[in-house]
Design a protein around this ligand. Sequence first.
Ligand code: AHM
Ligand code: MG
Length: 351
Amino acid sequence: MLFLQIFASHSWYFPIFTHVKKKSMRLVTLDEFIAENQYRHPEATGELSGLLRDIGLAAKIVNRDLSKAGLVDAILGDAEKTNVQGEEVKKLDEFANEILIKCLQNSGECCGIASEEEDTFVAFENRKNAKYVVLFDPLDGSSNIDVIAPVGTIFSVFRRKSPVGTLCTLEDFLQAGDQQAAAGYVIYGSSTMLVYSTGEGVNGFTLDPTIGEFCLSHADIQTPKNAKTYSMNQGNCRDFPENIQQFVDFCQDNVTKKPYSLRYIGSMVADFHRNLLKGGVFLYPPTKSAPNGKLRLMYECNPMAYLQEQAGGSASNGGQRILSIQPTELHQRTPVYIGSEELVNKVIHTK
Ligand code: AHM
Ligand code: MG
């Protein structure tokens, strides 16, 4: 009965109902999509597929908790406190961090993680036989939660370099971005979407809350080669390098009176997602007080650069392709210019 109700309420997904609505298409869930991709690669062991499914599960749990953020005191409370029931009070980014760690440790495919919320990497003692490590920013832009602006989870997956059967090591995590086996993000906005790539294009899945499944909604995302949108914290402009100030002048284009649009939410996932779909460039330049910018190479810039390149865009730190940077520390920061290829080129070639 329940199945029939769900089936009927989603009739537009199914070809059987094409006589009802012309644009009908079959629903493809994230799990089906992952399984289909695995089937197309007979050499695949299914471990990466399992890992991606587990990240999807963690995203659903985070999404559930986020949607209650304004209602449940424990979710918005400060860390290091207990509530009246004596339970530990946590902030949402700590919740998200714990959920991801638990889901990945339970998965069996992940031998260790590194998180923006942890001082150093965590090796899973009980998962020495797993082949992958995952790095993530559990809740990027979390300062936006209080005002119900979009936030996101960003993740990056590498094959380990240390021998299977041993504890993972720092070397497994400190790999250049072009070695990523997969990367993606979840955006928790007016709807919730998971976007990921395993190096064969970029696909987006929107969470259908009525069935609790991510469903393919944005197949093979290609980003526009050019656009007239830029995203940056322009309040810092006087502190930016001369060439970035020149680029801002170019965007404001007082000569031809055709300025570019400035769109900045202050949540990288949201700004990136809009630019990925509609075109644009996101900039987080160095400043005098932060010569390497603010954003982290391993948790934010590498996964987003991987997705952007897979979608036909590009990403640079101003002198080097983001994906070619050899990391030296887990938490290292880098300036980043990422988005539509022609706009990124314009930024990095402006003198
Ligand atoms: P966070 O990882 O502590 O949430 O900080 C990262 C966020 C990004 O989502 C966003 O692009 C940036 O910080 C905004 O910084 P600013 O407030 O300096 O513009
Ligand atoms: Mg972050």
